[in-house]
Design a protein around this ligand. Structure first.
Ligand code: NAP
Ligand code: F7E
Length: 398
């Protein structure tokens, strides 16, 4: 505690969830400290707006917010930070979070995602800290177990990411049971937002549609469209993380919307808003297919609803719209199509997008007609050349 305020320490604060969680905890009056790793190019874009505190207070106990350098692969940094900050709540959101890439980088994924939580928990134990611990566990741990999935579903992961997360999940439970640490798992199903990393499928789709509509690109290249995912809104899911640590006893909770859709349905929903057919814009490449794939996720979050009184409000259709509006806003402002500033509604950008889509459909039609006319010209030439050749041959043969 600092001046009667709870202190939260967030690993992975620069990520999608970390940035929303930091804002949420600050709004609740917490003192927030975040761990970022050194990068050769800024990795704090999502939290730079919180720098206001740095200018005012510096890295002093009085500061509501500041960042420290650390790495989940570096036990020394983790221990030093825990000892210096003496947090009331630790949120471990740091991870190599891309499932596809975990097949290419399995060792570092295991290091950060499995040994990372081990290093934090071991330090909490050794330092005899009285803090609560949140572990960012994942629906990817369910693997090939058929839906719906809840806290009692067998976990059969099939990716290095899922296996590493399952180790983190069990370590969290083990430190709870063996050492009495208030350690909890949030088993979160996919959750997205305008701040989602660019190479996750939802963001890749909404960002590409915005790019297509403003004329930056023509196609989206994707992998498997048949996988089913339960997609929620990150800004709401970080609130569930907090509720999990406020419960009177440490426990594990599924956090999900109880709605599932294929990637194809996401495409349909998004393109339909603009009256466009996704098939005209999507190409499939094996480059984006995984060696093994979780086929279907559908979370049953009844326990969180009953115990924590937590419920998601933003469902699939709203999520698609809010992500599209955010990407359209950014791309339209970049291109000078929409005015700068924050005061326009999502509908404003979606409506502008519909106008651009109509133009695009008109251009596509024109191009198609031009193409057809060109082919007709070609045919005409070939046909007359053929006829002429026939006549010449007939003349030659008497
Ligand atoms: P994200 O945007 O990829 O954020 C992950 C964060 O972890 C980034 O700030 C990253 O820093 C940091 N990080 C990676 N390796 C690190 C290391 N070695 N040391 C210190 N920090 C490191 O992921 P997210 O969507 O916010 O997800 C948050 C957590 O929830 C992750 O653990 C993820 O696996 C888990 N999760 C996510 C979902 C989902 O659908 N979003 C669902 C279930 C569970 P850099 O910017 O430097 O890379
Ligand atoms: O893929 C398919 C892909 O990478 C979703 C992470 O937050 O949620 C996330 O993992 C689906 C998969 O998310 C492309 O094969 C098709 O079936 O957006 P994603 P994910 O793998 O479900 C879990 C719960 C986490 O814990 C993770 O941290 O979409 N897909 N084409 C594609 N996926 C990507 N990324 N790119 C494509 O081009």
């Amino acid at each position: 505690m600092i001046n009667g305020k709870k202190v939260a320490l967030i690993f992975g604060i620069g990520g999608q969830d970390g940035s929303y969680l930091a804002e949420f905890l600050l709004s609740k009056g917490y003192v927030v400290r975040g761990v970022v790793r050194r990068a050769s190019f800024p990795n704090t874009k999502r939290i730079d707006h919180l720098d206001i505190y740095d200018d005012k207070y510096g890295k002093t106990p009085a500061s509501p917010f500041y960042l420290l350098y650390g790495d989940l692969a570096d036990s020394t940094s983790i221990r030093n930070i825990l000892e210096e900050i003496l947090p009331d709540e630790v949120y471990n959101l740091g991870a190599q979070s891309h499932v596809g890439i975990s097949f290419q980088n399995p060792e570092s994924t295991m290091n950060f995602n499995a040994l990372g939580p081990l290093r934090i928990l071991e330090a909490i134990k050794d330092l005899k800290l009285k803090c609560k611990y949140y572990q960012a566990s994942s629906s990817e741990m369910f693997g090939i177990s058929p839906p719906p999935q809840n806290e009692d579903t067998t976990m059969l992961p099939i990716s290095p990411y899922g296996i590493a997360k399952l180790a983190g999940y069990h370590l969290t439970r083990m430190y709870r049971k063996a050492y009495g640490i208030f350690a909890c798992n949030g088993i979160l199903f996919n959750h997205e937002s305008p701040r989602r990393g660019l190479n996750f499928v939802t963001k890749k789709i909404t960002r590409s549609i915005a790019d297509i509509l403003v004329g930056n690109r023509e196609k989206i290249v994707l992998g498997n469209l048949d996988a089913k995912r339960d997609w929620g809104f990150s800004k709401e899911y970080v609130q569930a993380m907090w509720h999990i640590l406020q419960h009177d006893k440490p426990d594990d909770f599924v956090v999900a919307t109880k709605e599932t859709h294929t990637v194809r349905e996401f495409l349909e929903e998004a393109f339909n808003i603009f009256g466009l057919n996704w098939k005209d814009f999507v190409e499939i490449s094996d480059n984006y297919k995984r060696p093994a794939e979780v086929p279907a996720l559908l979370g049953d979050a009844s326990k969180a609803l009953k115990t924590l009184n937590w419920e998601p409000k933003t469902k699939f259709k709203d999520l698609v719209r809010l992500m599209l509006a955010a990407d359209l806003k950014e791309k339209m402002q970049e291109k000078g199509i929409a005015p700068m500033g924050e005061d326009k509604s999502d509908e404003y950008y979606l409506d502008l997008g519909k106008e651009l889509a109509q133009k695009l459909a008109g251009q596509k039609k024109e191009k198609k007609v031009e193409g057809l006319l060109e082919s007709l010209e070609g045919l005409k030439k070939e046909f007359s050349a053929g006829v002429i050749e026939g006549i010449v041959n007939q003349l030659k043969n008497g």
